[in-house]
Design a protein around this ligand. Structure first.
Ligand SMILES: CC(C)[C@H](C(=O)O)[C@@H](O)C(=O)O
Ligand code: SF4
Length: 470
C-alpha cells in the first residue's frame, strides 16, 4: 500500500519506536520566540545541559515587539521576555534575529523567507501556528514549553503518530477569492474541530495553482480547524521559491536537494483516515462575524438566525457570540461597520498580501472613521515592499506603515483594538478579547480588509470596478 507524504516524513524521522508508546522523532528545525522559551532555557541551565544543535535552532522576537519606536518597550513583562531571549541565545549559542537584525520578523514569516523551512523536514516551535511551514511539504507543528526544553536538549521529540486527512480542493477560484477565503470557507463548513487528531494534506487543482504565500495562509489556519498540522506536497512552486534564499542549499547543491525533496509526495494509492473534497468555485470572499473562525459567512450573505440552528446549545452560542460582537441575527455582512483595519500577522503579512492590499488601496483614501495599520511580517517584507513603493500607496491613503511583529494579532504589545470597536483583521483568531479586552475581530483576506478600510464597512471586492481591483 502506498504512503502519504505525512507518513513518509514521519517514518524518515523516527529514531526510536516501541509498541504502544509514542515514537521518538528527530527534529530538523527548531524555531524559538521570546514568549515560550524562557522556562525552557532555565530548565537547561538548572540541569547543566547544552543546546544539542544550535545550528538547527533559530530565534526571533515577534510577539512583544513595538511596531513604532522599536526600542521603547513600556511593558515590564514584554521587556523582560525580550532581554531574557537575548541573554539565552548568547549563552547557548543560538542564532537570534533581534530588533537590529534585517532578518527579524514573525517566526512563521522569517523561517520560509530565510530558506530555513524546507520540504521533508520536521519543524517545531513553541507556537501553535507552526503549521504555516507545512506549505513547504514539511511536518511542522507547535509544541509546549516543556517540549521546547526537550528539543533544545536532545533535538528529538516524543510524538504519537497522527491520523491523516486529505483535503482536496478542486475546480477554480473566482476572481477576488483568495487563499484566506478558502480556509475561512473550510472552517465555516466543517467547524473548529474537524481536524482534531489529524494532520491535513491540502491538495487538488486549487492548491496546486497557489503561490507559496497563499499555501502558507491555508496551512497557517489548519490549527483553527483543530488539526495538529497542515501541509502541501512540494513541487516546482516550492523549489523556485526556495532558490537563492539565505539558508537554502546553495547553487551547487540545489539540484541534489530537489531530488531529495521530491521524494516527499503522496503515492497515488496512499490511504488516509479521512478524505474531504470541496469545489473551489463555491467559495466567495469570506468575513467572520462571530467569536470563532468557523462563525464566518460569505460577503453576499447575512449573519445566521436562531432558526438556522437545531439545538439549544447552537442557538445560545449564536446569541452569546452576537451579544459580544454587538451584531444582530440576520444582519447583512456588508452592513457591518468597522473602525479598525489590521493588515498583518503570520497568516497574511507577506509580500504578496501587502501587494494585494495595495492594489485595492491605490489612489484611494481610508474612510475618516477608520484607523488602519499595515504591519509587514518581517523586516525583509518591509524592505521589499518599500523598494516597490507600496508603503507610499498606504501612507498616501492614510494607513499607518509599521515595523514588523505580531502587532494587533494579539494584545501582547501596544497595538490593541479598544473595547466595543470592530476590526477587519487579516489574522487568524477572533475569540473574545483576542485583539484587546472587548475588541470585536472580523477575519478577512488582505484585499477585503483593504476595501473595508476605504468604505468603513465590509464590501464585496468583486463588485469594485476593475480599476480598483485588477
Ligand atoms: C504566544 C503563543 C504561545 C501563541 C500561540 O502559540 O499561538 C500566539 O502566537 C498566538 O497566536 O496566540
Ligand atoms: S502573528 Fe499572531 S498568530 Fe502569528 S505567531 Fe504572532 S500572535 Fe501568533
Amino acid at each position: 500500500m502506498g504512503k502519504s507524504i505525512i507518513e513518509k516524513i514521519w517514518d524518515y524521522h523516527v529514531v526510536q519506536k516501541e509498541e504502544g508508546k509514542p515514537d521518538l522523532l528527530y527534529i530538523d528545525l527548531h524555531l524559538v520566540h521570546e514568549v515560550t522559551s524562557p522556562q525552557a532555557f532555565s530548565g537547561l541551565r538548572m540541569k547543566n545541559r547544552k543546546v544539542r544543535r544550535p545550528d538547527r535552532t533559530f530565534a526571533t522576537m515577534d510577539h512583544n515587539v513595538p511596531t513604532v519606536n522599536r526600542k521603547q518597550i513600556n511593558d515590564a513583562v514584554a521587556k523582560n521576555q525580550m532581554t531574557t531571549l537575548e541573554k539565552n541565545c548568547q549563552e547557548f549559542g543560538v542564532p537570534l534575529a533581534d530588533l537590529d537584525s534585517p532578518d527579524q520578523g514573525i517566526v512563521h514569516v522569517i523561517g520560509p523567507e530565510l530558506g530555513l523551512t524546507q520540504p521533508g523536514m520536521t519543524i517545531v516551535c513553541g507556537d501553535s501556528h507552526t503549521s504555516t511551514h507545512g506549505a513547504f511539504g514539511a511536518l511542522a507543528f507547535g509544541i509546549g514549553t516543556s517540549e521546547v526544553e526537550h528539543v533544545l536538549a536532545t533535538q528529538t521529540l516524543w510524538q504519537s503518530k497522527p491520523k491523516t486527512l486529505k483535503l482536496e480542493i478542486n475546480g477554480k477560484l473566482s476572481s477576488g477569492v483568495t487563499a484566506k477565503d478558502v480556509i475561512l470557507y473550510v472552517l465555516s463548513k466543517f467547524g473548529v474541530q474537524f481536524g482534531t487528531g489529524y494532520v491535513i494534506e491540502y491538495c487538488g487543482e486549487v492548491i496546486e495553482g497557489l503561490s507559496m504565500e497563499e499555501r502558507m495562509t491555508i496551512c497557517n489556519m489548519s490549527i483553527e480547524g483543530g488539526a495538529r498540522a497542515g501541509l502541501v506536497a512540494p513541487d516546482e512552486t516550492t523549489f523556485s521559491y526556495l532558490k537563492g534564499r539565505k539558508f537554502a542549499p546553495n547553487k551547487e547543491e540545489f539540484d541534489r536537494y530537489v531530488e531529495h525533496w521530491s521524494a516527499f509526495t503522496s503515492d497515488k494509492d496512499a490511504k488516509y483516515d479521512r478524505e474531504i473534497v470541496i469545489d473551489g468555485s463555491d467559495i466567495s470572499p469570506m468575513v467572520s462575524w462571530g467569536t470563532n473562525p468557523a462563525m464566518t459567512a460569505k460577503i453576499e450573505d447575512a449573519i445566521p438566525t436562531v432558526a438556522d440552528y437545531e439545538t439549544e446549545i447552537e442557538k445560545s452560542t449564536l446569541e452569546r457570540a452576537l451579544q459580544y460582537m454587538g451584531l444582530n441575527q440576520g444582519q447583512k455582512i456588508e452592513d457591518i461597520k468597522i473602525q479598525h483595519v489590521f493588515i498583518g500577522s503570520c497568516t497574511n503579512s507577506r509580500i504578496e498580501d501587502i501587494r494585494k492590499a495595495a492594489e485595492v488601496v491605490k489612489g484611494q483614501k481610508v474612510h475618516p472613521s477608520v484607523r488602519a495599520l499595515v504591519v509587514p511580517g518581517s523586516q525583509g517584507v518591509k524592505q521589499r515592499a518599500e523598494e516597490e513603493g507600496l508603503h507610499q500607496i498606504f501612507i498616501e491613503a492614510g494607513f499607518e506603515w509599521r515595523e514588523s511583529g505580531c502587532s494587533m494579532c494579539l494584545s501582547m504589545n501596544d497595538d490593541v483594538v479598544p473595547a466595543g470597536e470592530h476590526c477587519a483583521s487579516t489574522s487568524n483568531r477572533n475569540f473574545e478579547g483576542r485583539q484587546g479586552a472587548g475588541a470585536r475581530t472580523h477575519l478577512v483576506s488582505p484585499a477585503m480588509a483593504a476595501a473595508a478600510a476605504l468604505y468603513g464597512h465590509f464590501v464585496d471586492i468583486r463588485k469594485l470596478t476593475p480599476v480598483e481591483v485588477r
